[in-house]
Design a protein around this ligand. Structure first.
Ligand SMILES: *[C@@H]1O[C@H](CO)[C@@H](O)[C@H](O)[C@H]1NC(C)=O
Ligand SMILES: *[C@@H]1O[C@H](CO)[C@@H](O)[C@H](O)[C@H]1NC(C)=O
Ligand SMILES: *[C@@H]1O[C@H](CO)[C@@H](O)[C@H](O)[C@H]1NC(C)=O
Ligand SMILES: *[C@@H]1O[C@H](CO)[C@@H](O)[C@H](O)[C@H]1NC(C)=O
Ligand SMILES: *[C@@H]1O[C@H](CO)[C@@H](O)[C@H](O)[C@H]1NC(C)=O
Length: 375
């Protein structure tokens, strides 16, 4: 898998420009503001006296962070064997060796939900996993599937703040023979989440996916919402990712989005599904309508989105030219339970036609669920 991290230096030149506009430490009343954490992109370097080659010496060497274990400070363009390491945000990133971690204390508002977004790249290890913790919550994010052709992906994870100061820990659970095989981490950001409610216009919450994880203005690859996410701690409030693989959260700055500024791309075929449970009345007829489209990301082919509402299903074919577009689909069903599971998945796997290596898929957006008033 060497060579995966190869990336043109051009891409990073653009990253660097956009970066100077961001200041993650700005906060109104002392609590953290949405955006990069303090030195969240690791651009503030350890002092030379705290470096032994690329290895960081001392727990407090990286400004803003506390590190444990074998942590390296990586400069974009650094070589590892025949692999060129490139960094998405600015010029620096860190690498977490076996059982190494980085952590930061963050002032938050007690009771609010927050989403953490960070970028990670697998290097040589195959089965890499990161344990993200904000006590008492933690989640293990698998990073073995690479969705972007340059090797970097961004991941989201959410927690509920139960104290005014929380500690975020990103820990590499790996046990590779070569500690230099750990994942690279860069661009760690936070965003407060305001979980939307169902309304009399739509009994699904966050049905247009507008509320969700922080998306970096300068990363064009969206944010992965990892699998096994339950709805009360979802970086995509209201929605669960119950499948084995992630779904991708995309924004209108970088993709075609059917409605509003955000949507979901089903990037992993049947292994990638989003679901929400709606309160329904037994015996009533409901109408589930939604948009199926493509994200204007060279994802070309015959796609099918399968929609489920309780025991009813609908397969929606969509011919994608990969240039952006959508159609509406409707599934009408009779509720047989007071709780109806609404779920979407993609029947097929699709690869981008521009690089033949990135997984992509149909986009789902603008979901509406309402009972049909019979005359
Ligand atoms: C970020 O914000 C802090 C606090 O407002 C300020 O002291 C610091 O100079 C800012 N940094 C940059 C790079 O703008
Ligand atoms: C900051 O403001 C929010 C609401 O605007 C409030 O709930 C919170 O307690 C404040 N935090 C601090 C540390 O003053
Ligand atoms: C780096 O060195 C300067 C000067 O000795 C010191 O003030 C600063 O705290 C050091 N920074 C870190 C992160 O250790
Ligand atoms: C993740 O880390 C937390 C805190 O260190 C720990 O409590 C939890 O058991 C870890 N999870 C796994 C699956 O290792
Ligand atoms: C698709 O992207 C291209 C270039 O990135 C842009 O010119 C075009 O307007 C986009 N199409 C849609 C439907 O957004």
């Amino acid at each position: 898998m060497r060579g995966v991290i190869l990336l043109s230096v051009l891409l990073c030149a653009t990253c660097h420009l956009a970066l100077s506009a961001t200041n993650g430490t700005a906060a109104r009343n002392g609590t953290v503001a949405d955006g990069l954490l303090d030195n969240g992109n690791f651009e503030s370097a350890p002092n030379a006296t705290n470096m032994k080659g690329t290895v960081v010496v001392g727990r407090y060497a990286i400004p803003g962070w506390i590190n444990e274990g074998f942590v390296e400070y990586i400069k974009s363009g650094q070589k590892q064997g025949d692999m060129l390491l490139v960094v998405p945000e600015g010029a620096y990133a860190v690498r977490l060796g076996n059982e190494a971690s980085i952590k930061q204390a963050i002032k938050v508002i007690v009771g609010l939900y927050y989403s953490i977004t960070f970028s990670a790249a697998r290097t040589c290890a195959q089965e890499e996993r990161l344990n993200v913790t904000v006590a008492p919550d933690s989640g293990v994010l698998p990073i073995q599937t690479v969705y972007s052709s340059n090797g970097w992906d961004s991941y989201a994870w959410a927690f509920k703040a139960i104290a005014a100061v929380i500690e975020l820990i990103i820990h590499n659970t790996g046990k590779e023979e070569d500690p230099a095989c750990g994942p690279l981490i860069d661009a760690v950001a936070i965003k407060a989440l305001y979980p939307p409610r169902a309304t009399n216009k739509n009994i699904l919450k966050n049905a247009g996916f507008e509320e969700g994880a922080y998306i970096f203005p300068n990363t064009p690859w969206g944010v992965l919402i990892p699998p096994n996410i339950e709805d009360d701690h979802s970086p995509l409030p209201g929605w669960m990712v119950e499948s084995l693989k992630a779904v991708k959260y995309i924004d209108s700055d970088h993709y075609f989005v059917p409605q509003g500024r955000r949507a979901v791309e089903l990037v992993a075929g049947k292994e990638s599904a989003i679901a929400q449970i709606a309160r329904t009345t037994i015996g009533k007829t409901y109408r589930l309508s939604f948009s199926v489209g493509d994200a204007n990301n060279s994802c070309v082919g015959s796609m099918v989105v399968e929609a489920f509402a309780g025991k009813d299903t609908l397969k929606v074919p969509y011919e994608s030219k990969g240039t952006g577009g959508f159609k509406r689909a409707v599934l009408t069903f009779l509720a047989v339970s007071t709780r109806t599971r609404v779920m979407f998945l993609s029947t097929f796997y699709t690869m981008r036609s521009d690089d033949f290596s990135s997984l992509c898929g149909p986009v789902v957006d603008d979901v509406k669920l309402l009972s049909v008033h019979q005359p």
